[in-house]
Design a protein around this ligand. Structure first.
Ligand code: SAH
Ligand code: SF4
Ligand code: F3S
Length: 481
């Protein structure tokens, strides 16, 4: 197994191998020379700080980047006063970009005091040519820039950067490559995200993801199952299968397999207790999947089913390929098969051309579905997407007013919906000591709701029965005997 390779056994007098991932392990060994030298000179290891700005897939990428850095010998820290600071960026909405530019200004002041510090940027935002141009022009203090397709090359790029004072930029437009067997570090020892596919082919007209993440590519089922088996051996009890549209998993593999079939294989893995997945596109959600979920003991009672809009007219312009009626029928099918399922969603307010009538259709779906929770977003114009050049952009004050109305409705409903298990005792995966009150633990129900209850740290990572004493709207207070 590559993961167990001892970097000290790699002969750096030889040329770097051409095949992957061997090539990256060679460069990890090269970077390790630097961390060793640093230790000899400073009496401590160099520190590195990785920050995630985006979605679960972005977070999983960060775990891989951290895995590489740890293998090289960096000491990980949250603090941005570090020898290496890496921002893993997101560009799904403009505020994600603005956050990065703001924080870069702050990093520049730190770097002025520590000129040897390296600043690296990667992730979705770097796939936009206009961003890279701006960095080249106005952010010369950045040392390394790479994108989403060549993230596996991080060790190689870092090795070049450690030897150079130039700004190194390596962005690929596309890739069909999936490199397996690189190290990864997990934020939680008992749960992990697992990529099952990369990219997206859907081109929803508002969305930049297909442009920055490339075309849909599924990992081979053997590779996924192997990774999960190893994770389970390593103490993981819950996996989250990740993809922009997991319901279309496997369609383009040499030996096609459906997402539902993959789930059944994952279910068989002994020692694995819980399976989650994200995200499900309503257009591809099959009856087969519902059936598999219904009969499963491990698949969690939760479905994140992004709505985006309740107006069939807008859904068409958004290129979502379902109507309001089809969405509602799907919800009914899910609820009939799995009555205790929790539903959550994403909604966009202020898509170009959205009328009061369209917006009311969205409110209507929210009322009918009674989501456990919903992420609500103000439409953000993304250059390069079809929606960005649509003429009838909705004025800001109108959007703001609708957004507030939606949020109020969503909160009112989710407060009532998510309290429906009050008084019951349910299995909970204990995740951490409560951040506000250290006498409490925080755990997650199968349906994804959180519960806080008195308990001791040794329960972290275990699945235990907790009584849901009182609903607080979006979470429960509970007790454990
Ligand atoms: N693949 C997932 C979504 C990934 S992006 C899916 O199809 O459901 C996460 C969410 O960001 C989307 O569901 C959408 O609600 C929101 N989003 C995407 N582009 C946006 C934009 N331009 N403005 C506002 N919200 C957007
Ligand atoms: Fe974006 Fe649509 Fe793909 Fe989701 S399915 S990532 S919203 S294009
Ligand atoms: Fe953002 Fe990229 Fe995820 S744009 S939402 S980090 S796929």
């Amino acid at each position: 197994m590559y993961n167990e390779i001892n970097l000290d056994n790699i002969d750096l007098r030889q040329e770097p191998p051409l095949e992957e991932p061997a090539r990256q392990y060679y460069f990890m060994a090269e970077c390790r020379q630097y961390t060793k030298r640093f230790f000899e000179e400073n009496g401590r290891l160099p520190s590195a700080s990785v920050h995630t700005f985006g979605c679960q897939m972005n977070a999983r990428d960060s775990e891989k980047l951290i895995g590489i850095l740890e293998k090289i010998g960096y000491e990980m820290t949250e603090d941005e006063h570090a020898e290496l600071v890496l921002y893993n960026t997101c560009t799904v909405r403009d505020n994600a970009n603005q956050k990065v530019y703001g924080r870069l200004g702050f990093l520049n002041t730190i770097k002025k005091k520590n000129p040897h510090m390296k600043i690296a940027l990667c992730g979705c935002m770097m796939q936009e040519p206009s961003v890279v141009e701006k960095l080249q022009k106005s952010y010369r203090f950045v040392d390394l820039v790479f994108g989403t397709h060549n993230i596996y090359k991080f060790a190689e790029l870092l090795a070049s950067s450690l030897e150079s004072d130039r700004m190194i930029i390596d962005i690929w437009k596309e890739t069909d490559k999936i490199v397996e067997e690189l190290p990864a570090d997990r934020k939680f020892f008992f749960k992990s995200g697992v990529n099952i596919m990369y990219g997206c082919n859907n081109f929803c007209s508002y969305c930049i993801v297909p442009y920055v993440r490339g075309r849909e590519r599924s990992r081979k089922p053997e590779d996924i199952l192997q990774e999960i088996r190893r994770l389970v051996q390593d103490g993981v009890v819950e996996v989250m299968l990740l993809g922009q549209n997991v319901n279309s998993y496997g369609k383009n593999l040499e030996h096609p397999i459906s997402f539902a079939e993959l789930l059944q294989e994952v279910e068989k893995i002994e020692g694995l207790e819980r399976i989650r997945f994200m995200t499900s596109h309503p257009k591809d959600l099959s009856d087969e999947l519902i059936e598999v979920m219904k009969n499963s003991e491990k698949i969690c009672r939760h479905m994140h089913l992004p709505l985006q809009s309740g107006s069939s007219r807008l859904l068409k312009i958004m290129n979502r390929r379902y109507t309001k009626e089809q969405y509602l029928a799907l919800v009914e099918k899910l609820r009939n098969a799995i009555p205790d399922i929790s539903l959550t969603t994403d909604i966009i307010v202020g898509f170009p051309g959205e009328t009061e009538e369209d917006f009311r259709e969205t409110l209507d779906v929210v009322r009918k579905v009674r989501y456990d929770s919903a992420f609500t977003f103000i439409y953000s114009k993304r250059t390069g997407t079809p929606a960005a050049v649509m003429e009838n952009q909705v004025p800001e004050d109108v959007v703001k007013e609708r957004f507030d109305r939606l949020l109020q409705k969503v909160q009112e409903i989710s407060k009532r919906t998510s309290s429906r298990f009050e008084g019951q005792t349910m299995p909970v995966l204990v995740e951490q000591v409560n951040e506000q009150d250290s006498r409490l633990l925080t755990g997650r129900l199968s349906n994804n709701l959180l519960v806080h209850f008195p308990g001791t740290e040794n329960l972290i990572g275990k699945i235990i029965d907790v009584k849901l004493e009182e609903s607080k709207g979006f979470y429960y207070m509970g007790s454990y005997k």
